[in-house]
Structures are given as C-alpha cells and as structure tokens.
Design a protein around this ligand. Structure first.
Ligand code: SF4
Length: 439
C-alpha cells in the first residue's frame, strides 16, 4: 500500500538541535517555499524516543535535494504525492502537497538512525481508513470525577486550600498530568495528607476503613466515587447483612475491588475468572451471592457467573448487572469495528481496566490490537499492510487524544474516517453536594 518515496536534503531547522539529538519535523518548508504540516511527527518522535534516542521536534526548512547524505544537517524525507495519480513523480519532488515525515541529524554517526527511521515510516505511508468506534472515551462517572477536582481547584484558587486527591482520580496519565499542572496534589494514602486538609476520593471508590481514617485525621472529604461503584458497595453491605458469602468477581489489587471488598471483608472472596471457581470453598452453599467489578469483559464475566452457578446452584446476583453501561457500550462498539479492521488501537493507560479489556476483546476476535497512551506510542511496524484501523478509547481517555491520533495517522497519507455508532449515551451524574453548593 505504500506510495511514498525517500530523498535526502540539506536542511535548516528552526529550533536548536543539540549534539547527539535527532530532529523530527512537525512542519516542512520546501525549497520553493511551499509548506507541509508533518502531523505524523508525534509518532516518528515517539518511536525514536522509545529506542533511546534524544529527540527534538520543530519546523525545518529544506535547502536543496542531495544525492545521499552529505555534511551539515542531513534530512531524510519520506513523502507521498499529493494524489494517487501523481504517485509516480520523481523521488523527492519539492512542493508536494502530500504527507511527509522528516528525520534529521547533523551528527554523521546518527545517519543510519535517520535512514532507518524514515524508511520504516516510508513503508507505511499511503491512503488508509479508520473505523471509529462509538461510544468511546469519557463516561459520565469519569467526567463527574474530573469535574469535582476542577471545581475544587477553581474554588480554592491559587494560594487557597490545597486540593489533595487520594489515588489517581481516574486511570489516565494525561488527565493526571493536566490536573497536577493545575495544582492538584495526588497521594497514594491518607497519611501523606496533612491533618484537617481537603481530600478527594477517586472515581474507583474507597473502603469504609479509608473513610474512618479520613474522619480520624479530621479531613474534609469530597467523594468523587462513581455512583455506579457506590451502588455495588451498597449491594455488598446488603448481601453481608443477610449472612451471605459474597463472591466478588474482579481483579485482585484493583482499587475498585479493594474498596468493595472492604465493605464486608469477612464475607467476601475475590475471584478473577471461571478457573478460580473450582477451588472455592464457602461456609454455606445455600447462601452465596456474587458481585462484579464495573469494568470487566462482559462475555468473560458471564462465563464466570455460569461456572459459579454450576458449582453453587443457589448463588444469587444483584438485581441488575454490575458491569456498567459505559464498559458494556464501549465493548459492543469495539466489536462492531474489529471484524473489518486489520489493526485495532485503543487509547488508554495500562492501569485502566476497561481500556485493557477492549484490547483483549479485539485480540480474542483475531485482530492485532495495541493499547496506546497517545499517538506517540504508535509504531511503524504495526501499520505495515494495514489498510483499515479500528480506533477506540477507554472510558478514562480524553476525547482530544482521539483527534490527535487521527491527525497523526493522517500525516501518513489520505485518511478516510468513518464513525460506527452502536448506541448513543446521555447518562449524567450530578456532582456531589459539596461541589454543587459552592458553584
Ligand atoms: Fe462509572 Fe463505569 Fe465510568 Fe467506571 S467506567 S466511572 S463505573 S460509568
């Protein structure tokens, strides 16, 4: 599918290029003055950084084409022609309106790096389609939790009360970095928070033990727990009061599971999969209930529940499923694009349970899939022979990352984007009273 060519140029960067660094252009000015935006730059820079190279990004002016590498700043440019019917144009023709990837270095020792990097992107340049799964990205619980921190930062302003947040408010590194930049202070445990301070509990919820500790330290608590997680906590308390054993299906160690488990630790046992059911010993097989983490794979969880019911026929679950609407909707939407995609990309962080489940789902369907924090995590070899990319984002991944990823892919050639909507979402959770009354 590649319709690209590679040429070497003498070049002048608009940014300083320290010794030992590689330069990736985010904009190219061709010798005749025409300009090409290199929107694939985050991918090219990310791939080089991942292999240990120090990378600078900025605009580059091309001076003249040369036969192979010479002295001074050497820029290798992979480019596509403006349109497919012009694809046969001479290598390196200046002024093309097509896509371009430029990597440069002035250090002769880095020339092989430059050449290999540009070649790897040249091989995957050309037209491509993206099937955009919908719904994707932020859910109502994540929006509410982020809103809580933002509202408190606004209320307390600079020089006011500090806003502490226990654990990541939602599992996404971009969201956390943004809130840190605005003044939020993230801590792992409450003993890192000064007595009497203001602290936010994350969307994943906390155990009653954490609430007791907060009260003991006289902390002002604003609870950003997703209402759908709070519902599971209430079910755990109800089941435990009835004297039932609670089988909590989820990932041991995940914050949400720790919080729910803490509601009834003496009555609860955590199981990860159907395989764990065989070895389960419960005090009274006639009093067994189950709950699930909200962000599990729907199909796998059904298998685990079926195995539980086979072993304990009287096992009872909650009135309605614990796997939340957002997790379910994102999985259905991904399924709708996976079959026709050669590659699936899911935006999300590694500790985001629902994002990881999306990647697993695509792989189970036989489509290669990768979890990416952002476009800089895309590698050229993933895109080889890929005509159609399925793209989604976990419930904690900001929508802007999807747009940035589309822009980066469009930097490799014409991109046809088709949105596949399986359902629409209008769920809204009102903010907690402590935030509402100060608005
Ligand atoms: Fe709430 Fe589901 Fe979003 Fe988690 S993924 S915050 S449970 S809506």
């Amino acid at each position: 599918m590649s319709r690209s060519s590679v040429a070497w140029y003498a070049a002048a960067p608009a940014v300083a290029l320290p010794a030992g660094h590689v330069l990736v252009a985010d904009e190219l000015v061709w010798p005749d003055g025409r300009v090409t935006a290199c929107s694939a730059a985050p991918m090219a820079a990310g791939a080089l950084s991942a292999t240990g190279h120090r990378v600078v990004t900025g605009p580059v002016r091309l001076l003249k084409e040369r036969e192979g590498a010479g002295s001074g700043l050497q820029a290798a440019v992979a480019r596509t022609a403006a349109s497919p019917d012009r694809a046969g144009e001479a290598v390196g023709t200046e002024g093309s309106d097509g896509a371009a990837v430029l990597v440069a270095a002035s250090d002769a020792g880095l020339r092989p790096v430059v050449e290999a990097a540009v070649d790897s992107w040249a091989q995957v340049m050309g037209p491509r389609a993206v099937l955009l799964a919908s719904p994707r990205s932020f859910c109502a619980g994540v929006e509410r939790a982020i809103d809580v921190v933002e509202a408190l930062l606004k209320q307390h302003g600079s020089g006011g009360r500090r806003v502490f947040v226990r654990k990541q408010i939602v599992h996404n590194t971009h969201v956390i970095a943004d809130l840190i930049g605005r003044g939020a202070v993230f801590v792992e445990e409450l003993d890192e928070v000064p007595e009497g301070a203001l602290v936010v509990f994350s969307a994943h919820g906390v155990s009653p033990q954490v609430r007791v500790e907060a009260a003991r330290r006289d902390l002002t608590v604003v609870d950003a727990t997703c209402p759908l997680v709070t519902k599971v906590h209430a079910e755990a308390r109800r089941f435990a009061e009835r004297g039932s054993s609670i089988v909590l299906i989820g990932h041991a160690g995940h914050e949400e599971v720790e919080g729910t488990y803490g509601e009834a630790p003496d009555a609860t046992v955590v199981v990860g999969s159907a395989q764990d059911i065989a070895g389960l010993e419960l005090p009274d097989p006639s009093k067994v209930t189950y709950l699930t983490q909200t962000t599990l794979a729907v199909a796998e969880t059904r298998e685990t529940i079926a195995a539980l019911k086979e072993r304990f026929p009287q096992a009872r679950g909650p009135g309605s499923e614990d796997i939340c609407y957002a997790t379910t909707n994102r999985q259905h939407a991904l399924q709708a694009v996976t079959e026709q995609a050669d590659l699936v990309l899911v935006l999300g962080s590694e500790n985001s349970s629902n994002s990881v489940r999306l990647v697993e789902l695509a792989r189970k369907a036989g489509t290669p899939a990768h979890l990416i924090e952002d476009a800089s995590h895309i590698r050229p070899d993933w895109l080889r022979d890929v005509a159609t990319v399925g793209l989604s984002a976990g419930a904690s991944a900001p929508p802007a990352l999807v747009q940035e990823t589309l822009a980066a892919l469009a930097g490799l050639g014409p991109l046809a984007v088709e949105e596949r909507i399986t359902t629409t979402e209008d769920t809204y959770f009102a903010p907690p009273a402590a935030v509402r009354k100060n608005r």
